[in-house]
Design a protein around this ligand. Structure first.
Ligand code: UT7
Length: 326
């Protein structure tokens, strides 16, 4: 079960009007096409492990545990502090989780759903007691602030949960999951350089290849179709209808994607969390940030049936069905 949740966003905010001063855009365009008003951005020198650490420390405390109780750390991110060591090692060291092993999970916007599933399988096998799952990204480190079609979309943030075995008195459960990948979608959303295919060079920098490139419409259509499809599949397997859900928490990439997919599923908007307005697309952090807003707003309570759904670069697609435990 998910035993606790905490999030962290850096204090500095970039508004749509700030972008209107940087590129050829308007507050109206961004708001109408994406639902985003503002996003949080780190100051120079602040990395993914720093955001992850803030969320992790609070999540462990809220679980009533200490860092030494954590035996596994999974960090979902596409913006690791550096190529290696992995960000899980950096977080482990920063929080002092002396008994944990861990690794990074690269599934872009599906990293949180994939990491929750991975952690729950490790806990379910009996191999571990308490897993820390962190979804954290400093998207501002790979965004081209001269490209209006991508720069307005993304923000920085982190979320963390502790996944533990449910006790007899716990109502919380991770009930089921459904995940898939479709590598044919790679060219629709990627960062071309910086890896082994195109190591950094003057040329890759001159060509601005160390930034996110996206074919927005292709990703948009895939996201709407797959969010609906994967949600139906996991619900049907559990004998459930979309209307049985208490809350639907989707990755936050575009308000229109979420509204379109939930409209097709027939989920009432009162059961759908949309908080992209304040954070933009924080990649691995959107789902915990949305869960946190749901908890704080009294829209997510102990015993609620929740579906998490995500579509991200890769393409990666994920859904996790769970009963909320606190
Ligand atoms: O989390 C990872 C997954 N990512 C996503 O799910 C993102 C999916 N895609 C989207 O959310 C949308 O496709 C975007 C928000 C990226 C773009 O919205 P759109 O409605 O698909 O716009 P478009 O790409 O079709 O562009 C429409 C027009 C174009 O101008 P022309 O060719 O019609 O003259 C663009 O150049 O809007 C223009 N445009 C902008 N105008 C003002 C693109 N970006 C901007 C901008 N400000 N920031």
């Amino acid at each position: 079960m998910i035993r606790s949740l905490a999030t962290y966003v850096p204090p500095r905010v970039l508004t749509n009007d700030d972008f209107a001063r940087m590129v050829d855009t308007t507050n109206e365009w961004i708001l109408q096409r994406t639902g985003i008003r503002e996003r949080h951005i780190v100051d120079a020198g602040v990395a993914t492990s720093d955001l992850g650490k803030e969320a992790a420390v609070r999540a462990i405390e809220r679980a009533g545990l200490t860092p030494d109780d954590i035996d596994l750390i999974i960090v979902g991110t596409v913006t690791p502090d550096m190529m290696f060591p992995c960000t899980a090692c950096l977080v482990q060291n920063k929080i002092g989780a002396h008994h944990a092993w861990g690794f990074d999970l690269n599934a872009a916007c599906s990293a949180f759903t994939y990491a929750v599933t991975t952690a729950s399988q490790m806990i379910g096998s009996g191999a571990h007691d308490h897993a820390l799952v962190v979804g954290a990204d400093v998207m501002s480190s790979i965004i081209d602030y001269k490209d209006r079609s991508t720069c307005v979309l993304f923000g920085d943030g982190a979320g963390a949960v502790v996944v533990s075995a449910a006790g007899e008195d716990d109502v919380g459960r991770i009930l089921d999951f459904e995940h898939e990948i479709d590598g044919a979608g790679g060219p629709a959303l990627y960062m071309p350089a910086g890896g082994s295919l195109r190591p950094p060079s003057h040329q890759t920098i001159d060509l601005r290849l160390h930034y996110v490139k996206q074919d927005g419409q292709t990703v948009f259509k895939f996201a709407v179709r797959k969010t609906e499809e994967i949600s139906r599949r996991v619900l049907e397997r559990n004998g459930l209808k979309p209307s049985d859900l208490d809350l639907f928490v989707s990755h936050q990439a575009n308000r229109r994607i979420i509204q379109s997919a939930t409209g097709k599923l027939g989920i009432d908007e009162s059961k759908v969390i949309i908080n992209i307005e304040r954070f933009g697309n924080t990649t691995a952090a959107t789902i915990p940030l949305a869960l946190n807003d749901a908890v704080c707003g009294g829209r997510l309570k102990k015993g609620d049936l929740v579906l998490l759904a995500s579509v991200g670069a890769g393409f990666t697609v994920g859904a996790v069905l769970l009963r909320w435990g606190f």
